[in-house]
Design a protein. Structure first.
Length: 128
């Protein structure tokens, strides 16, 4: 079963930029199909996403912690016109954050959802 989650910070950014769960579903589907923009290594990838009337290339970038099979943690996003790329130091911090989420048990994930630290994205499975 595929599960996807937004961190509280990512959720605020996504809401502000009108990025819907349906759009995040499409990102997960692309990743599952092997359509990965940048593999940053150690369970961290960067994907392009279209926002507003901008296409993917001039839209936004999102950082996702994933094992590329069944768990996806949307942890950071930025508009390309506001930030060209993330610094190596920030990338390392995001990698540590992703590792933290992958170490959570099912019970701890449920607790994080209840506390509002994680918001589950209802992933609609597609035939891949």
């Amino acid at each position: 079963m595929t599960r996807a989650f937004k961190t509280l910070t990512f959720n605020k950014w996504a809401t502000k930029n009108r990025i819907t769960d349906q759009m995040l579903n499409a990102v997960v589907t692309d990743i599952r199909k092997g359509l990965i923009d940048v593999d940053l290594g150690h369970y961290l990838i960067k994907q392009r996403i279209a926002i507003g009337n901008r296409g993917k290339s001039s839209g936004a970038r999102i950082i996702i912690g994933t094992n590329k099979t069944n768990y996806y943690f949307f942890i950071y996003g930025f508009k390309k016109n506001e930030l060209y790329n993330i610094a190596k130091e920030d990338e390392m911090l995001l990698r540590e954050m992703a590792k933290k989420y992958f170490k959570l048990s099912s019970e701890q994930v449920a607790c994080a959802i209840k506390q509002g630290e994680l918001i589950e994205v209802i992933y609609e499975e597609e035939t891949i």
